[in-house]
Every structure is written in C-alpha cells, then in structure tokens.
Unconditional design. Structure first.
Length: 462
C-alpha cells in the first residue's frame, strides 16, 4: 500500500506543475512578467520530486497507514509540503536558480498540497468503504486474556473501517475462569503451531510488565515467521507525557515528553514569535518611548525593571518590564506579605502602596509588559506560554506544578483571557498544564486574538 501511495504522490506532484504553469501564465500582464517555455522548468520539477521523497520520509507520511486517522494523515502531509517548500527554496538559492518565478513555485506547492490532500481523502473513503464490506481485511490474534487484552480486541473491532477480523485468543497462562468473547487458539507455548494452522496477519500482545520476560519467546516466534507484532504494555499508568518509540544504534527507546516535541510546529511557533516580536517592537516603539518618559518623570529610578525569572526546564533569565513601582519596592515585599490576597506562592495585592501613579495605569493596560517582546526576540520567552515565575515561587511549587516549566514561558496564555489576577493559583496552574497538553499553533493564534479584548477591557488586571 505504501509503495502505491508513493507512486501516486509523485505522479500528482508532477501533474501539479503543468496546472500551476497554466495558472501562472494566465496571470501574466503588465505587472507580471511572462514565463519561459515549460521545458526549461523540468529540472525544477525533478528537484521538487527528489525533495518530496526526503520531506515525506522525515514527516513519516507513509508510516502505519491502516490505523492512522485522516486528520493525522493530512497533518503529516501538510508538514511534508511545508518542509518541501523550505528545502526547495534553500536548494534554489544554493544552486543559483533565481530565474524561476516565485509565484510559479508557490502556485505549484499550493496545487500539490491540494491534490495530495484530496487524493488522501478519496483513497481513505474508498478504503474504508471496501473494508466495511469485508474486503481488504486483516486477521489478528490477541496474546493474553486480562482486561487489557479484552480492551484491545474491542478497540480494534470497533473500528470497522480499519478492516480487522478477530481470529482468537492465545493464552499466556492458565485458562481463565470466565467465558471469553472469541475462540481460544492455543497457549503461548504453542504459538508457532498456531501461526502455522491459522491465517494470522497480526499478533497483538497485551502484557503486564512482570510478564515481559515470559513473552519474549512469543515475539521471537512471530519474528521468525514474519508475522507483525503490536506490543501493548501498560508501563506507566496515569502518565501525562506523550510516549513515542525511537531507535538509537539498534536499541529501542521509549521517549516520554509532556511538552510539544514536533520539530516543524515548534519551528513555526519560533518563526511566529520572531516576526510578531520584531514587528511589535518596531510599531510600538513610539508608545514605548512615551510611556518610558512618563515613568521617568513620575518617580526617580530606571525606566526598565529587570528581574530574574525561570524559563524552559528551569533556565533562569532576566525579564524586562517598564517599571511600575517605586525604587526599592522589592525590599519592601517582606513587610507586605501579611496583606497578600493571592493563594499559593505568588504575591498579589489590589492596593499595593509601592505602585506609582503611572505604574497603576500601565499595569491596568498591560503596557508594562511590552519590553518582554525583547525577551521573545532573544528566544527566552514566547508570545504565548505560561507566565515566567520567580525562582522563589518555583522552589515552593508542588511537584505537579513544575510541569508548567516544560514549555517556554510567554507574555500571554490561557490565564490572560480567563481572569488573570482573579484566578486562584491552582486553577492558574491547571490552565497552564491544559495549554501544554493541547498545544497547537492555531491555539496560539486564537489566544493572541482573544488577548486583545481582554487587555482593552482590563479583565482581571491589577
């Protein structure tokens, strides 16, 4: 199946070029120059096809096709096309291919993406319809009879569009005292003969961690006879981290990470941070200058307030804000602790006597946060992410709260649009962890869009 998909994708990429050429040629006019004959562009098409092979491999477009969701497949396809665009642009620059129309290249990539995604939807629809009618099916056996084994059988059969048919159970111990929802094919010691007597396309092993050593032989038998194996092991129940299997010098590794790890979306997030912070500093520089002058005239002391904060995985950095308190305000904090209105390790006081007149205004309008765009540009922060805590706050965190440090801190996040200072500390932490677990670039864009009215309406600002 994967080989057929590769051929189809390469064919669609090749077909996309004459379509893109015709579209671009139709746009030619006084403002757009004409194009060279199409034959001159075929080296570019060959380059795009070669680059696609690498981009598709890096994006794992052709891995585990049958059980993958359509949304996951389209995401991988989009990621591969995006990577192809970057690699083609870099290759064209290195090879000095500056005579290729950038609009033509962009049109080709857009049409390629549309054709590839459309073809996947059609292929998936046809494949699902065929499997539901009993064609192109695969049989599977489950090694084990505990609850995990029964759940795996139910999960595979509940997705009729995957096309799996249940052959039976293989006992990994004494016969269970209850009736099983299927045939018993034999014991795990007889697995070799079971595979010889029955048509089995897949063996699913549901193993408790203490039984792994006993089932090593079962895996070896399947490998010996060329039958694929899926091993379901409940190693770490109750974990929050995303688990991924990788290989290092032939050694299988289970990677667990609670924060986002996908390279391409994280690169896109960083690019978004750089562009927005640079434009923000450029466009807002007159406002920054006016506010800085107001801060300077309102009270003695520096315009900028520098403070050590904790960032990604415990890295400390210097955070910049426009000063909103009088000089020496941090030294007065200890005397005000008894007036703290916030729970948890943070300090909040609605009528803080240390705040200056200008400081009160720039806090309520969040203008004091603008210099943090420089932290974003430097890579210490992101536009969207959990707020960077103080080192002494982190030292007082409960263990589950430290997981919010697994992502780069930001200027705004879910807490900003959900009440800010009006939130209880534990709710604040829960929102940050929910943001990390469900992170996507589109969610960042929505948070940025929702932050604007939250700041203008001063919801929860102190």
């Amino acid at each position: 199946m994967a080989a057929g998909l590769r051929v189809m994708d390469l064919s669609l990429l090749a077909v996309a070029f004459p379509i893109a050429y015709a579209v671009r040629k139709g746009l030619a006019g006084p403002t757009l120059p004409g194009l060279y004959p199409m034959a001159r562009y075929w080296p570019f098409v060959v380059l795009a096809l070669l680059v696609w092979i690498g981009a598709a491999s890096l994006s794992r477009v052709y891995d585990v096709y049958r059980t993958r969701s359509i949304s996951s497949e389209l995401l991988r396809m989009s990621r591969a096309v995006g990577m192809q665009a970057l690699l083609v642009a870099a290759s064209g620059f290195l090879l000095h291919q500056h005579d290729v129309s950038r609009l033509l290249v962009g049109t080709h990539l857009a049409i390629s993406w549309a054709l590839l995604c459309s073809s996947r939807v059609v292929v998936r629809f046809v494949a699902h319809a065929v499997r539901r009618r009993g064609y192109n099916t695969r049989t599977f056996a489950v090694v084990g009879t505990d609850e995990l084994s029964l759940d795996l059988r139910t999960a595979l059969l509940s997705r009729a569009h995957w096309g799996y048919e249940f052959a039976g159970f293989v006992l990994d111990g004494p016969s269970p005292g209850r009736k099983l929802p299927g045939n018993v094919l034999g014991s795990v010691d007889e697995l070799a003969s079971v595979l010889e007597r029955h048509v089995i396309d897949l063996v699913v092993i549901a193993a408790a961690t203490e039984r792994m050593k006993d089932l090593e032989r079962a895996v070896a038998v399947c490998d010996e006879q060329g039958v694929p194996v899926k091993l379901a092991v409940d190693l770490l129940p109750g974990r929050n981290a995303h688990l991924e299997v990788e290989e290092l010098e032939g050694i299988p590794l289970l990677s667990l990470a609670s924060g986002p790890q996908d390279l391409f979306p994280l690169l896109a997030k960083r690019a978004f941070d750089i562009v927005l912070s640079f434009l923000g500093l450029l466009v807002l520089s007159p406002i920054l200058a006016i506010v800085a002058l107001a801060v300077r005239l309102d009270s003695p002391g520096p315009v900028l307030f520098r403070q050590r904060r904790v960032g990604l995985n415990g890295r400390e950095f210097t955070l910049y804000k426009l000063r909103s308190m009088r000089l020496g305000a941090e030294d007065e904090l200890h005397a005000l602790r008894e007036h703290n209105e916030a729970d948890g390790p943070v300090f909040k006081m609605r009528e803080d006597p240390r705040v200056t007149a200008v400081g009160r205004f720039i806090r309520r309008t969040s203008l004091d946060e603008l210099p943090q765009l420089w932290n974003v540009l430097r890579g210490e922060m992101s536009v969207v992410g959990p707020r960077p805590p103080l080192p002494e706050e982190v030292r007082r965190y409960e263990r589950w709260q430290r997981r919010r440090l697994s992502m780069k801190p930001g200027i705004t996040c879910t807490w900003q649009i959900s009440g800010r200072s009006d939130l209880e500390f534990d709710r604040w932490m829960e929102l940050d962890l929910a943001y990390i677990d469900g992170w996507s670039l589109w969610r960042d864009l929505r948070i940025v869009a929702q932050t604007i009215p939250a700041v203008l309406l001063r919801r929860g600002a102190r």
